[in-house]
Write a new protein. Structure first.
Length: 242
């Protein structure tokens, strides 16, 4: 059984033959647990994410108990359309449990992602940080909390001295009125140094009319907690040779 959701019937031929289109593409954007490729369809360049094949246990969970990652990403993409590349379709294959799934989006011609100003000494990083703070502030004002707001999931397109931001990998989100603690914590996946993170947090605090010193201290605390947790996890994996 195949389940599909599409924004327009024009994409039905692509959805029906997504496995063929995906296999034929040689333009790989990401190849890890999930695989992301560019796919050409009707003179349009699209991005297709193929989620890792599920085993029976996760297949059971995502068939009967929880929405799949592809379904959540598609539905969230419609809900937060102004903040993420346009979603086109999601396709899921059940036999009878969910096995393979795909998400199709429009391609954003991004110039770089958040890794450039954070880790590669981008010459205009001060401006990027301040405009990024404004972008995240708008997310939060719309009650959007991206649970994996990491540098690779923040795409940036430059237009002179203005920067357009879009978030990807959006299947892990929640929607609620956010406290100041929630807002400060949402920056903890950036893996930023204290100096760069302080610039972002100060700009955000000014927009939200929070006490700058308290907000910066809170954000840095959450950032360090996340780093400590990740480093400990990596050490354990090395010891166990996982």
């Amino acid at each position: 059984m195949v389940k599909q959701q599409l924004i327009h019937s024009n994409y039905q031929p692509l959805a029906n033959e997504i496995e063929h289109y995906f296999a034929q593409s040689n333009t790989i954007l990401h190849n890890d647990r999930n695989i992301i490729k560019e796919v050409e369809f009707n003179n349009e360049t699209l991005v297709v994410k193929s989620y890792k094949q599920l085993g029976w246990f996760r297949g059971f969970i995502y068939t009967y108990l929880k929405k799949s990652k592809a379904r959540r990403a598609y539905e969230y993409g419609l809900k937060i359309a102004k903040f993420t590349p346009k979603v086109i379709a999601r396709i899921e294959y059940f036999q009878p449990l969910l096995g393979k799934s795909y998400l199709i989006c429009q391609k954003l011609e991004a110039d770089f992602n958040m890794q450039a100003p954070l880790f590669k000494n981008h010459p205009n990083k001060q401006t990027i940080f301040e405009q990024f703070a404004a972008f995240v502030y708008q997310l939060h004002q719309h009650n959007i909390f991206h649970r994996d707001l990491s540098p690779g999931n923040i795409l940036i397109k430059q237009n002179n001295q203005c920067y357009e931001f879009k978030i990807i990998d959006i299947n892990r989100m929640y929607f609620k009125t956010l406290s100041s603690q929630d807002r400060a914590k949402n920056f903890n996946k950036l893996w930023a140094n204290d100096t760069d993170l302080s610039v972002i947090l100060k700009a955000y605090a000014r927009l939200g009319k929070f006490n700058e010193e308290n907000f910066v201290q809170l954000g840095i605390k959450y950032n360090q907690q996340n780093k400590t947790r990740k480093i400990r996890k990596r050490k354990i994996k090395r010891v166990l040779k996982l």
